[in-house]
Design a protein around this ligand. Structure first.
Ligand SMILES: Cc1ncc(COP(=O)(O)O)c(C=O)c1O
Length: 384
């Protein structure tokens, strides 16, 4: 692992953990896995997450937009790519140039994709999305069979999948999700009876992989679980391996007197004579403004220290008064991840900041460096 010496803050992406999680999801699901790497691999790097997931046994990858498919191809990813999102007319040629499969979300898409296919001179792989309750994209279940038949009659299209997406699989209303899965299963059964069911049938994202076995059909699509994040507070602590750590360096240490206000708005007032360190990470790096709410901590030299004050654009304060020695500028603090025997998990930190883990990881960016830990380095670290 190479952390640039100038880096004030960075996101460590553990390739071996990503591959392990992909293998685990695949094993739990018992069917092939599509690794969802949209939004730049949920903030970790689309190509890096895709490569690691493929190494862990994923059969294909999925993104949201044509540009994301192009970026994967440019990075040398050759596995099948599905674009999940509805495409604007201007995106279709880009999607086809990236040799991506596209998703049909309404009957009118058939003509648009057909025209793009004729322009490109190649048939296009398509999945049909069926809307069983998300009300975002997808044809109504009652229109699914006709749309499938129409797609299959068109020589410009190769219908390879039928799918749906469940809006509540992470929530407490599992009965509602079961009813939606049952509705999708009816569509699939009708298509099978009519002899027009495509090869790939998929509904489950991460939460459903673990909580709704009947949603697995013959393929699953998972994103957040690849990162080692629990999709619905439903996993044991060791089932997935956290694939990201967030670290920042101490830039300076200040002595403050009891009663002195610290930072913007003086939102933290030192309760005693204190030592506060500044870490070189702020909301300009994607650290959420609400991060210091509700008792957030960092690890410095393996010891927990409380964050205080509000998150600034370039810095955040940490009270290091209880450390046996003052940290030095350049010393590393861990905001998420392991340091020594202790670990700060991302899920509770996100919750304290009022965020779901997805929104937190996707928002990490700005000046934040991304550092990939390759498999060999990870095993060395584990051995050590
Ligand atoms: C259509 C679709 N499938 C699969 C996923 C992956 O979801 P998760 O990250 O919960 O596994 C998403 C993510 O938002 C999605 O929009």
């Amino acid at each position: 692992m190479k952390v640039p010496p100038h880096a004030r803050c960075w996101l460590e992406v553990d390739a071996a953990a990503l591959a392990h999680n992909a293998a685990h999801v695949r094993e739990r699901a018992g069917v092939p896995l599509t690794a969802v790497v949209k939004a730049n691999g949920y903030g970790l790097g689309a190509a890096e997450v895709a490569r690691a997931a493929l190494a862990g046994g994923a059969a294909s990858v999925a993104v949201a937009t044509a540009e994301e498919a192009r970026v994967l191809r440019e990075a040398g990813v050759v596995a099948p790519v599905q674009i999940l999102g509805a495409l604007l007319p201007g995106e279709l040629d880009l999607a086809l140039a990236a040799r991506a499969a596209v998703t049909i979300h309404e009957p009118a898409d058939l003509l648009r994709v057909r025209e793009a296919s004729l322009r490109s001179g190649r048939p296009v792989d398509v999945h049909l999305a069926v809307d069983v309750g998300m009300r975002r994209h997808g044809v109504a279940p009652r229109d699914a069979l006709d749309t499938l038949r129409a797609a299959q009659r068109d020589p410009a299209l190769r219908v390879i999948g039928v799918m749906t997406h469940l809006p509540n699989a992470a929530g407490s209303e599992l009965e509602l999700s079961r009813a939606r899965v049952a509705r999708f299963a009816e569509v699939v059964a009708e298509a099978e009876q009519a002899g027009c069911c495509p090869d790939q049938v998929h509904a489950a994202a991460s939460a459903a992989v673990f909580r709704l076995p009947e949603a697995r059909f013959n393929r699953v699509r998972a994103g957040i679980a690849l990162l080692g994040l629990d999709p619905a507070d439903c996993l044991g602590p060791t089932e997935l391996r956290p694939a990201l750590s967030l670290r920042a360096r101490v830039t300076r240490v200040n002595e403050v007197r009891a009663g002195e206000p610290v930072g913007y708005g003086g939102r933290w007032v030192a309760p005693r004579d204190s030592r506060v360190a500044l870490l070189g990470i702020g909301y300009g790096d994607g650290l959420p403004y609400g991060w210091t709410q509700g008792g957030a901590e960092v690890l410095i030299a393996g010891q927990r220290c409380p964050l205080v004050g509000s998150v600034m654009m370039d810095y955040v304060f940490v009270d290091v008064s209880d450390l046996p020695r003052s940290p030095q500028p350049g010393e590393v603090a861990t905001l998420v991840g392991r340091d020594g025997l202790d670990e700060l998990r991302l899920e509770p930190q996100a919750a304290r900041a009022g965020l779901i883990p997805y929104a937190l990881t996707c928002g990490l960016g700005g000046r934040l460096e991304r550092v990939l830990i390759e498999a060999a380095q990870t095993s060395q670290r584990q051995a050590a």
